[in-house]
Ligand binder design. Structure first.
Ligand SMILES: Nc1ncnc2c1ncn2[C@@H]1O[C@H](COP(=O)(O)OP(=O)(O)OP(=O)(O)O)[C@@H](O)[C@H]1O
Ligand SMILES: [Mg+2]
Length: 482
């Protein structure tokens, strides 16, 4: 392709030069010819005038003398009377020649004092330049004829020289054109290779020469296009992987929900059938089976309740009533609510009070749910005799609440996934304890809805601390009651 551009450019330049050469040849040849004929006419006129001086009376002319003169002049001489009658001719018999009265050069000579004409001589079969001058007071005229073959020879010599020198002058032009054509086709080749890379999807490819020439500007534009494409591709890839991730999460969620529902449903179904099949009449079993059915129904209710809460908070459909509350009041409410359960598990639950004036801007219902979830976990995963404390500490524009326990702890590798839906460190144990694995997920979303953050520290067999922050005023929540 670039080879073709190179050839086309060279062929174009060559055609232009050839056209120029033909034009120069045409005009130079004509000018040289006209010039030469003009000079020759002048020379011949002078020559004939010189001859005229040596002429005596017309009556004294004889053929021999005229022939000598013709040889000396290097042409054919004809002497013609004013009435057109040929008196003497150096090369033909004057008696047999026709009247020359109408010959243009003679008519002009008798009229204007000198005359010339170029004509093909039918007598000899050659083209001649005729020059005539009147002598003897205009009674006769001497005409000299010069064969034009000589002129053609001279002109073609001049023409040859002009052509050679013009062609030589064009040589550097052809060389420069070739170098330029090569340069242009080379740059084209680079740009085309780059375009090919882009077409193959390699958007990292860049052109180096981005100067201010048209090629440079084209390269710059192509580089910008490649940059934009690279960015768009990266964005699309990112979005694609995000979508894949979301799709994976959605599928996992469906599998998890089905799995969580299946166990209590199967249990309810099994025990109901057993009761229908006759166990209802057996006082040893009927109450036990019915309480298992109730336990599983409660579990289903808890699960659906948690799922609904989670989807409400996740989709930001949950309505919050943000108000200023004392941190200690929030801690105390949660403490009072969970104390009976802790006591039942023989666990010591204590309050670590914050400064009395510490306040937070929050939805008290949501904070109650967060604290009771964290306390329920602490109680669930702390053996008898353990200790749990709940408290808060101001931290700049936030207050950090914490729930600390001396329970079983969480292995480090599980910490990053702890807040995922349905994630449980020990599935069997959690299920046995009635957990659905949604509690921390709900907590995380509720804290985020308050523009707060969560952190967890834990060591296996030593205990865990779950902490979250809440803002001291509504500024962080976009409210203007700050
Ligand atoms: N204080 C804690 N000590 C040890 N492990 C904990 C603690 N809190 C949470 N975990 C671990 O994190 C997991 C997830 O907790 P999460 O509260 O989300 O679920 P759950 O307590 O099992 O069920 P529920 O939805 O009823 O709360 C738990 O299964 C447990 O393995
Ligand atoms: Mg829980």
């Amino acid at each position: 392709m670039t080879g073709r551009i190179f050839l086309k450019l060279i062929a174009g330049v060559f055609c232009l030069l050839m056209l120029a050469l033909v034009t120069v040849d045409f005009f130079a040849t004509n000018v040289a010819k006209d010039n030469y004929i003009q000079n020759l006419t002048g020379q011949l006129t002078d020559k004939v005038r010189m001859l005229a001086l040596s002429f005596g009376a017309p009556e004294t002319l004889d053929v021999d003398r005229v022939r000598r003169m013709a040889r000396a002049a290097g042409g054919r001489i004809t002497v013609v009377r004013a009435d057109g009658k040929v008196l003497v001719d150096s090369e033909a018999d004057a008696g047999g020649m026709e009247n020359h009265r109408t010959r243009p050069e003679l008519a002009q000579a008798f009229r204007d004092g000198s005359g010339s004409d170029i004509r093909h001589s039918a007598t000899i079969g050659v083209s001649f330049l005729y020059v005539a001058v009147p002598v003897a007071g205009g009674r006769i005229a001497i005409r000299i004829a010069f064969p034009l073959a000589e002129i053609h020879r001279q002109v073609s010599q001049i023409r040859g020289k002009i052509l050679v020198s013009t062609a030589l002058a064009f040589l550097p032009a052809i060389l420069i054109a070739a170098v330029l054509a090569r340069y242009i086709s080379k740059r084209f080749a680079t740009i085309m290779a780059h375009a090919g890379e882009l077409a193959r999807g390699n958007f990292r490819s860049r052109l180096a020469q981005t100067d201010s020439s048209e090629f440079g500007q084209l390269s710059q534009t192509l580089n910008e296009t490649a940059g934009n494409l690279e960015q768009t591709m990266a964005q699309l890839q990112h979005e694609h992987s995000e979508l894949e991730k979301l799709e994976r999460i959605r599928k996992d969620f469906v599998i998890n929900v089905s799995h969580e529902l299946r166990t209590p449903l199967a249990s309810i179904q099994g025990y109901t059938e057993t009761l229908i099949d006759g166990a209802i009449a057996d006082p040893d079993y009927n109450m036990r089976f019915l309480s298992i059915i109730r336990h599983n129904a409660e579990r289903l209710a808890r699960l659906t309740e948690d799922l609904l809460t989670l989807s409400r908070v996740e989709q930001q459909r949950q309505k919050f009533e943000f108000e200023i509350h004392f941190a200690n009041a929030l801690i105390h409410d949660a403490f009072e609510m969970m104390r009976p359960i802790a006591e039942k598990g023989r666990i010591q639950l204590t309050e670590e009070r914050a400064p009395e004036d510490a306040v937070v801007c929050c939805d008290s219902e949501a904070v109650s749910q967060i604290l009771s979830n964290l306390l329920a976990n602490a109680i669930k995963y702390t053996p008898e005799g353990g200790r749990i404390s709940v408290g808060a500490q101001p931290q700049g524009s936030m207050v950090e609440f914490f729930v600390r326990d001396t329970g079983v702890g969480i292995p480090e590798e599980d910490l990053p996934r702890l807040f995922e839906r349905f994630y449980r460190v020990d599935k069997a144990r959690s299920r046995e304890l009635g957990g659905t694995g949604l509690g921390l997920s709900i907590v995380k979303h509720l804290v985020a809805a308050h523009s707060g953050t969560m952190r967890v520290e834990s060591r296996v067999h030593e205990g865990s601390t779950f902490a979250f922050t809440l803002p001291v005023n509504g500024a962080a929540l976009g409210l203007d009651d700050a």
